[in-house]
Design a protein around this ligand. Structure first.
Ligand code: FO1
Length: 320
């Protein structure tokens, strides 16, 4: 049996632990198609937060408390950079994590595509599933700020320039401003010119079932779907999504702030409706309800308290 999973970072990684456990018990193969919209260049290093969160989590090297980066991390380089006044100082670059970015950046400079580099990095981490970036092209999520936003006049986004109305990289929006800045919308720079990474369409076409992880619908799943050809590859297939919203609130992170920017209600139903053109079924938590035309709604416990709970969620999704 083949399972393909559309996934973002922290929530996606936790969900994939359950998918992998189920797959191992049922001799199934898993391919994760991972968001690259969070990717960013910092201090000359190319960083892929969602690919790294999943790789470290499934490879057993992630800091499960923090949700991102490495366990047993130190921050010496970050402190040294700050002493030089090297901006951005607000981005948490861990010493161990930097090794991943150095290897990735060097291979990118040598001309290797991100999908091949991800395979190389996974040689070490052995995640037990196939990790594919949604695209090998540069695709970045930026937040377009409302004209009256309080951004300090001197601040510039991490790429060094502010757009006409003021746009900043998603990482700056998320980390530096904690989503507390008036924002008009999100844009996925490079998406229109991008194409699915090698193996992505094949993984979707050969999958017996496609799962949409309980990741942030606005900044994790939407940038995957923005890659031309990707969304169309889901229509008419067996696609089961898992709500990232339980009881009107995100399980983790700031999906509510992201949904608010787009004016989408923070409910399992409203998020499911975003995917209604391709969803076969939508899993909502036992305490929630949803009515989505043409989509089968199934209620199940969605708190990923441990791997067993997540496996039960996966069972429920695969039973749809
Ligand atoms: N998240 C934070 O809240 N603060 C950080 O300083 C931070 C640094 C960071 C470095 C590498 C990396 O792979 C992820 C990092 N994250 C940090 C998490 C990241 O911003 C988010 O996990 C995703 O991009 C949002 O899904």
């Amino acid at each position: 049996m083949r399972i393909a999973v559309l996934a973002g970072g922290i929530g996606g990684a936790r969900f994939l632990l359950g998918v992998r456990a189920w797959a191992r018990a049922h001799d199934a193969e898993v391919t994760a198609i991972v968001n690259v919209g969070d990717d960013v260049t910092m201090h000359g290093l190319r960083i892929c937060p969602d690919l790294d969160s999943i790789m470290y989590t499934l490879g057993g090297g992630s800091d499960t408390e923090r949700g991102w980066g490495r366990a047993g991390e130190s921050w010496t380089v970050k402190e040294e950079l700050a002493k030089y006044g090297a901006e951005p100082t607000w981005f948490g670059l861990g010493d161990k994590d930097i090794a991943t970015h150095l290897v990735r950046t060097r291979q990118l400079s040598a001309g290797l595509p991100l999908s091949e580099i991800t395979r190389n990095l996974c040689e070490r981490w052995q995640p037990g599933i196939t990790l594919l970036p949604a695209t090998d092209n540069k695709l970045e999520t930026h937040a377009v700020l409302a004209p009256s936003g309080p951004l300090e006049p001197s601040a510039k986004d991490v790429s060094g320039a502010r757009g006409a109305q003021g746009a900043i990289h998603f990482q700056e929006w998320w980390i530096r401003y904690r989503a507390e800045i008036p924002t008009e919308t999100f844009v996925f720079l490079g998406a229109a010119e991008s194409r699915p990474a090698p193996g992505v369409l094949e993984a979707l076409e050969s999958a017996d079932v496609i799962l949409v992880a309980p990741s942030n619908p606005v900044v994790s799943i939407a940038p995957i779907l923005a890659v031309p050809g990707l969304r169309a590859a889901l229509v008419g297939r067996r696609v089961v999504g898992v709500s990232p919203i339980i009881g009107g609130a995100p399980v983790r992170g700031m999906a509510d702030r992201c949904l608010a920017v787009l004016g989408v209600p923070v409910t399992a139903e409203a998020v499911g409706a975003l995917y209604a053109d391709f969803l076969t079924a939508w899993l909502v938590d036992s305490g929630d309800t949803a009515e989505i035309d043409g989509v089968k709604v199934v209620r199940a416990p969605l708190w990923m308290t441990d791997e067993a709970a997540t496996v039960a969620m996966v069972e429920a999704a695969l039973a749809c």
